[in-house]
Write a protein that binds this ligand. Structure first.
Ligand SMILES: [Zn+2]
Length: 136
């Protein structure tokens, strides 16, 4: 994964666990060149490792389990509005009567599925950045 540099370290979210270990979460959009699928990369780091990788303390969120010993953190990756944006960008031409269009949804997904997912992924990243800016 990431032979072209697409999987190079870039933390989207960093959590500090109770004993000081950091978990840097990186959402990975997949890569056509490296033939890798979209996914989530988890980097587990000691305090020294976190400093070596230049993780700022103010970007770290403490994870504290509740009285049941659990803690859930969610990171959005793709929402319905992101898919709608992706379809606008990638295009959507399915028409069994048109020789220049895809005949079925399966053919479209076979050919454009990865591009559609990547476009939706980046649309989500942009949307979340916009939402974060308006919350400040
Ligand atoms: Zn790559």
């Amino acid at each position: 994964m990431g032979q072209c540099g697409c999987g190079d370290f870039q933390a989207d979210k960093v959590y500090r666990l109770p004993r000081g270990t950091r978990v840097a979460v990186q959402l990975y959009p997949g890569c056509e060149y490296c033939h890798t699928d979209m996914g989530v990369l988890l980097h587990f780091l000691t305090g020294k490792g976190a400093r070596d990788w230049c993780l700022a303390t103010d970007e770290t969120e403490n994870v504290t389990p509740d009285e049941y010993g659990a803690c859930l953190q969610g990171i959005p990756m793709i929402g319905p509005e992101d898919l709608r944006e992706a379809v606008k960008e990638v295009g959507y031409e399915i028409d069994p009567e048109d020789d220049n269009a895809y005949e079925t949804l399966a053919e479209y997904i076979e050919d454009q599925g990865r591009a559609l997912l990547r476009a939706a992924f980046f649309a989500c990243q942009k949307r979340l950045t916009r939402e974060k800016r308006t919350q400040r």
